[in-house]
Design a protein around this ligand. Structure first.
Ligand code: ATR
Length: 277
């Protein structure tokens, strides 16, 4: 990148207007006194490859991709990291100096960093993790939990075959539990993660009974609208450690910002407030 060019980055999705990433990155640019911009870009699937081809010539150093492009981007990128291929999706792109498009997935990193920062006492090896849901978000979560040494993942999804597909992809440490039995798997869990959209504003509630939950379990929800979901409120009432999902969004943004703009940003209360603005 020439010194005369102002580095640009942004998030590409459809829709993208709701994204919290622009406020967050603009906040970090300001905190670090950096020149640069991060903008939301609404790009339809059929225009994705063409838009990405033009971006480096316009001064873009990288981008995030979100729904519905996270899987399709793997076919367009020149270099895909191992974890992005394992997860089957990417969220962070770098336009390299040599013209190659590099795609990585930082969702699992963001998930783990959020737990580490919000609950330093959390020990992933202390017992099985119970994961609700088997969609795209679950793939990143499962991959990250296995990397952290979780002994076993109990995985339950309304559509059982999707959970079985994840077990086939990630191996025998993943054990599929029927959706109607999801409450029972919480009894053994040291870590509980909701990756479904249940409990989100405008969606049905998550109706898994928490009676058996251990008090020392850590409970986290990827849903962050509302910040305190019913799952987190009930787990908190039982005395569990709870971590909300906004932090994952903030932490997954750190590696991209650092690569594009050259400074490693911190996730603190000011960054949280910026994302919520
Ligand atoms: P994401 O990439 O955010 O994970 P997704 O791939 O669409 O999105 O997955 C959504 C998850 O929420 C899935 O686990 C889905 O269950 P199904 O695989 O059975 O569709 C789950 N989900 C969404 N609505 C649900 C509902 N009403 N009841 C149970 N699970 C639901």
């Amino acid at each position: 990148m020439s010194e005369h060019r102002i580095p640009l980055a942004g998030v590409i999705g459809a829709p993208v207007a709701h994204s919290k990433s622009p406020q967050l990155h603009q906040h970090w640019l300001k905190v670090h006194g950096l020149r640069g911009y991060y903008i939301p870009m609404h790009v339809e699937a059929e225009d994705l490859a063409q838009a990405l081809g033009a971006m480096p010539r316009m001064g873009f150093v990288g981008a995030n991709v979100t729904v519905p492009h996270k899987e399709r981007i793997l076919e367009i990128a020149d270099i895909v990291t191992d974890r992005a291929s394992l997860i089957g999706a990417a969220n962070t792109l770098i336009f390299r100096e040599d013209g190659k498009l590099h795609a990585d997935n930082t969702d699992g990193y963001g998930f783990i960093q959020n737990l580490r920062q919000s609950a330093p006492e959390w020990d992933p090896t202390a017992g099985p993790a119970a994961v609700l849901g088997a969609g795209g978000a679950a793939r990143a979560v499962i991959s990250a939990l296995l990397d952290e040494g979780v002994p076993e993942i109990l995985l339950s999804n309304r559509t059982r075959v999707r959970a079985e597909a994840l077990r086939d992809a990630f191996g025998q440490r993943v054990v599929v539990v029927d959706w109607v039995q999801a409450g029972n798997m919480l009894e053994d869990a040291a870590t509980v993660v909701n990756t479904t959209s249940l409990g989100m504003l405008g969606q049905p509630p998550l109706r898994v009974p928490l009676d058996g939950l251990q008090r020392q379990a850590l409970v986290t929800d990827l849903v962050y609208t509302p910040l305190k979901t019913r799952l987190l409120a009930e787990a908190e009432d039982l005395g569990c450690i709870t971590v909300d999902g906004l932090g994952m969004l903030l932490h997954q943004a750190v590696p991209g910002f650092e690569r594009w703009f050259g400074e490693r940003p911190v996730v603190d209360s000011a960054a949280r407030a910026a994302a919520l603005r």
